[in-house]
Every structure is written in structure tokens, then in C-alpha cells.
Design a protein around this ligand. Sequence first.
Ligand code: ADP
Length: 589
Amino acid sequence: MTKSLLKLMVALSGLVVLVVGVSGLVAQRGLKNREIEQSARSLEAQASLVRELIHGRDLDSDDHASFDAIADHAAQAAGARVTLIDASGVVVGDSDVPIERLSMLENHGDRPEVRAALSGSVGQNARRSETVGRELLYLAVPVGEGPIGVVRVAMELSDLESALAGLRNVLLVSGSIGLLAALALSYGLAWFTLRPVREIQRLTTAVADGNLEYRIPRRSRDELGAISDSIHRMADQLRERLEQANREKEQLRVVLNSMIEGVLVVDAEMNIVLANERLAALLGVRAGTENLTLMEFARHVELEAVLRDAANTDEPVSRMITVAHPAEKTLQVHAVRFPAGSGPRLGTVAVLHDMTEVAQLDRVRREFVANASHELRTPLTAIQGFAETLLHSENLKDTTSRSHVEIIDRHARRLGRLVADLLQLSETEGRESRPELANLRIAALVDRVVRDFDAAFREKNIEVEQEAKDDPMAWADTHAVEQIVRNLLDNACQYTEAGGRVKLSVDGDEKWACIRVVDTGVGIPKSDLGRIFERFYRVDKARSRAAGGTGLGLSIVKHLVQSMDGEISVESAPGRGSTFTLRLPRAKS
Ligand code: ADP
């Protein structure tokens, strides 16, 4: 039974009990009053008769025996208790009290009905008699002038009591029947009225449990009907949206699984939100990521590190990682956190490209370049050596032959530089020569390299200035940094006209130790700025060649910088000079 049903039943039954109770009380009181009124009338007639019996007799006389006898006779005739009382309230005769006990009765002058009769009117009172111990209705009439006494007649109200008990029984029975009827009626009524509510309750429960097909009949056009209509509409919309979401999810799944890139989405706790089949194939693990963390799905420390780094910065993070099993693979990971901006981080999305082939080709190319350069070195050294020997030979008198040998010597030197640069580039590009990172005071290093260039700068009449705002400690490889600064200074010297200025400054911030090389040279056009770090890229080929450049210096710089997790950037304007800024990770103190 529902609570509402119970409440309604309790309310209706309470109402029935209240109505029966109140009407019973009213009926009982009316019955009692009417009964007393009727009894009083007959008692008054009997009292008047008794008064006639004692007419002319002096109630004050001590003839109690005859008064008591009169009372007894009258009582017998009237079927009631008769009491004769003198003016002072003394009982001189009583049908219910034997004569010998009369003197023991207390004075009746203060009884309400006697008091009324003694004051000349008819007195009446219903109460329990102390003398006879029963519920009685008393009626007293005055006797004679004065009055000289009182005739009091009393009758038992037991009839009335039994009538009232009968009434109570009738009320009890009818009340109980009424109560039962009320209960049955209220149950039926409540069941009927609450039926739509129960149906709506079942509907909402079904919808909440995901049964969006559940429907209930429309029973009425009232508010409940409108509510059930709204819930039906809501369930329809919900079903449509769910279907749409499922369709979109399926589309996304198909798109993701047909991609050749691996896609991975993790939440802030590194639990996998989404991963396509290709990702599992790339990482060499089983597909199926339900409720897995990244570590459970694929134990790959490097991948996790990329995702963690991406989670801690607004910038995208791109890094190469390798997978050892089942086959060795090189993967490029691009990871970025989402949503972008300063809001709370929801997760990180990563796209993985298979770079194994590219990496392999790159390795083959590097090895080829290294081998070729290596092979070229020996014949070149021979050519260079013999050209030099010839030039210094007394026998070479012919100017034409000398100029030819000079050309051979110049080109052999250039080729030598080219081969040396190529060798170094392939070394730095490859993993063979990992930088040896250590704490490095860069100001001192810069100072040393600048001194090596003193002669070259002086020769070109270029003013060199050094500035150290700070002396930061970098976490870097001494030889690599030296090489970088050398290349940058070499360029500054080559591409600055006589009379120009070159400035080297060293400073640092929380994260970086910086070296800045500023020149007032020819500068680099904006369109070339993005390409000067490419191999063999030269803005002005003729000038570079004339200056002995190979077009490889800045690519070597770039690789060296990257191998130490540093950054290199350039700002330049043609005719006004260039600024190369090298940032190296600061040593952890
Ligand atoms: P190169 O051996 O030709 O100097 P680099 O790789 O060192 O090769 O430099 C690539 C090109 O960038 C150069 O050819 C030159 O055009 C330009 N470049 C490099 N440094 C400077 C500079 N300080 N001022 C102007 N141009 C420069």
C-alpha cells in the first residue's frame, strides 16, 4: 500500500470517527435532557399529591413516626422515594430510610432542590444520593405558607442510564460500520485517484533505468495527463539524442580506426578515454582499453613522459619515441593538452605517426654521407698535400701551371671543409655522438672562443664587444657549445662588412642560460629566415662560397642545440644586421 493511499485512508477514517463521536455526544445530551424533563414533570405531580396528603399537618412536630409512615405509603403508591423535610431542613420522614436512622441523617437544608423549595419555588436536581448510594433525580415542592416544610420526591435515573448505554452501543456499532465503510471507500477512492500518479511513477522509474520505450495510457486531460505527456516527449527526445550520440560515436570509431595514425586520448589521471586500433598496433599491444590506465594498456615510459610533459604546458609537445617489441619502431608523438587555455585540464590528446621507414632511410642516408665523406677524406688529403708541395716547389715556374695548382689547392681545401662539415653533421644528426652534459659556465667559454677570433676580426676591422649581465651555469656539452659559438662567430665575421660591430652577450633567466650574437652585417631577408638552418641553404650563394662557406654551419648548430634540448632563434633585417640567440637549459642547482 502506498503512503499516499494510507494517508487518505487515515484522514477519511478520522473524519468518520469525529462525526460519529460528535453526533453521539449531541444525541446523548439531548436524550438525557428530554428524559430528565419528563421525569421531572411526573415527579412534580407526585410531589404535589404527597403535599396534599400532609396538608394541614405541622411538619415541625416531633411526630416523625407518622410522617415516615406517610412517606413510605406515598412512595409505595408513587414508585418513588419520598422525603419529608421541615422548614429547618431536618428530615422528618423518608421512604428509603428506616425511622430509627432518621435522626442520624444530616440536615438537608443545603441540598439545592430543598433550598429552592424552601425559598418558595420548585427545586430540581439530579445527582448521586449519599443516603441511598444511587443516581437520583430529586424534585422538591414547598409545603404551606412560609413555607413550613418541603416534600421531596426522587426517582432513579437507571432507566435513563440504560437508554443512554443503548444509544452508545448503537453509535458504536453504526460508527464501526461507518468506519469500515469509510476505510473501504477511501481505499477504493484513493486507489482510483492515485492510479495515474502510480503509473507516472512507474514511467519515471523506467525512464531513469534507461527503458525509454516504456509508455503509459493517457487517462485524463488534467495536469497529470500533461505531466505524463511531457515525460513521454522527454523520453522520445532522450532516445533520439542517444541514438544520435551513438551514431556519432560509431562514425568517430570508424574514422579513428581507418586512420593510419595512432590516436590516444587520456584524462587528467592518465586513464584512457579513447584509443584507436592503430595505436594498439603501433605500440604492439592488444586492442581494448576499457577502464585501463595508460600504464596498464601499454607499459611505455617514453610515451607517458610525452603525455605528462604535454599536460604541464600549453604548447604542443612533439617527440620521437621507440618501440622495441614486437618489431623495433620509431614513432613520432604529437601531444597537446585540452582544453587549450587556462581552464582546468581535462586531458591530453596524442597522435602517433609511424616514422620507422623515414628513420631508417635517414639512417641509411646519414651512414652513406658519413661513409662517403670518410672515403673522400684520404684522396682529398693527398690532393691537398701534393698541391701544397707543388706550390712550394722551385720547379713550378710556369705561371699558368702555378695558377692551376692554386685553383686545385683552393678547391681541395673547400672540399676538405665540406667533407669535414658533412662528417660532423651526420655525426650530430645520428645518435652516435650523444652530448656529454655537464655544468658549464658559458661566460668563460664565450670569452675563450672570442679570443680565438680576435685576429680574424681585427683583419676585417670589425669591432668586437662582450657583455655578461649574468654568469649562468648551463647544463650542456662544452665541445658542442664551443662549436656552436664558433659557427655563429664565423658567420658574424663573414657577413659583416669592414668597420661593422659584433656583440656577444651572456645572460640567463629561470629556465635558460642565453648567449646572444649580434652583428651589424648584411642581415637576412625575412623570406629566408625560416630556411637558413637547412642543409646547404645559403642566402647569397656566391658570397658564401667566396667566403669559404659550405651552407652547413647553421644546420650543425641546430642539431647540436637540439641534442642538448636547447633552442636557437634568429632575428634579422637586411642591411641592419642579425641577432642569433642561443638558449641552453640552465643547470639544476
Ligand atoms: P655558410 O657556410 O654559407 O655560412 P651557414 O649554414 O652557416 O652556411 O649559414 C647559412 C646562410 O645563412 C648563409 O649562407 C648566410 O646567407 C646566412 N647567414 C648566416 N649567418 C648570417 C649572419 N650573421 N648574417 C647574415 N647572414 C647570415
